[in-house]
Ligand binder design. Sequence first.
Ligand code: ACO
Length: 400
Amino acid sequence: SVDFSTFTKQTGHTSLDYGFVNTAATKSAITYIDGDEGILRYRGYPIEQLAQGSTYLEVAWLLLYGNLPTADQLGDWDDKIRHHTLLHEDLKRFFSSLPHTAHPMSVLSAATAALSTYYEGQSDPNNPEHVELNTIRLLAKLPVIAAYAHKKSIGQAFLYPDNTLSFVDNFLKLNFGNLAEVYQVNPVTSRALERLLILHEDHEQNASTSTVRLVGSTGANQFSSISAGINALYGPLHGGANEAVLDMLARIRDSGESVERFVERVKNKEDGVKLMGFGHRVYKNYDPRAKLVKESADEVLTELGVHDPLLDLAKELEEIALNDDYFRERRLYPNVDFYTGVIYKAMGFPTRMFTPLFAIGRLPGWLAHWTEMQNDPQTKIGRPQQLYVGSGARDYPGAS
Ligand code: ACO
């Protein structure tokens, strides 16, 4: 029999750690989390303060370069990113070759991988100029790709970026503007989206960031590594949870099932049903991001004049779960995904755009981790061990 907690190989010890619950794969100076206390800091700054006063691009700089930018640095950074928002015209044919039913996350990962083909010879991970330029290209182009995936899914013409607008306003116009009308950005929507993007910018070694690091550790360029991260984020246990939460709430509403009965089914693990948007590997207290998102949900819906019964349903579910032993004993609380979907829906995004919004938010963190890994002299190709539990050696019939 095999001792699954510790396995001695001829060369030493290998620990078996399903899901990497206890194994650190790297050192990192980017993000600090205390899951018991519900603390999240980017480069030392509390998430609450950044969400209140900063912008997406300022936080992106902070994550990448370690300190807040000066006003000049931020202005220059903003200009450079605006300068790179255009996609190669040929990419339009790439989009038109995909079915309009394609999930925007699949489109996003495919188009991000395809970007690599336009920058052959300019994507050397060991060339700091290439790395900086591709960081800017990705930050500038990913929102445009996501907006095109949205436009394609609803059969509308793509708009060109409007570089007179801020990063977030430009993104809103690309999604909700059309060729027939002048688009007016709603400042409430704009500020709320900026805040949500900031909250998503980094979360240390989560599944998608670890994927970006693992792929990057092979020497793959930023486009390939980020595309892999987008695919990892797509799963419903990770970034895909924001879409899954809204689907769950809509199903409960439409089925006529009571919230109490739904919670019973979750507790009985009937058909593997989970309370999506609840639980977290690291936070065993309230997720500090969820606290901020919940505040935003009330504020944004009120300011936009939207009453969404799904928000009431979400609050009812939370109330029941927080007072239930099943969830208390397992320390399951709402995570960042529980309330974001309600806000995105009020802004006008279709459910399938929720996870691409997460990807745009997380992109600076992925890039910062990719760069940190690249610059760390201790980095080695990631290569987990396994414990072999299969058959012993045996002969193929007829072999001698
Ligand atoms: N609903 C019901 N039960 C749950 C939930 C949930 N959302 N999450 C965990 N549990 C239960 C598990 O069934 C398990 O019960 P058991 O002890 O009786 O077997 C126990 O709580 C521990 O859960 P694990 O799955 O071991 O916890 P883990 O840390 O591996 O998983 C995860 C964390 C994936 C986030 C999990 O809580 C989950 O699936 N949540 C729903 C999906 C979700 O919201 N994902 C978004 C995460 S945040 C993010 O990626 C941005």
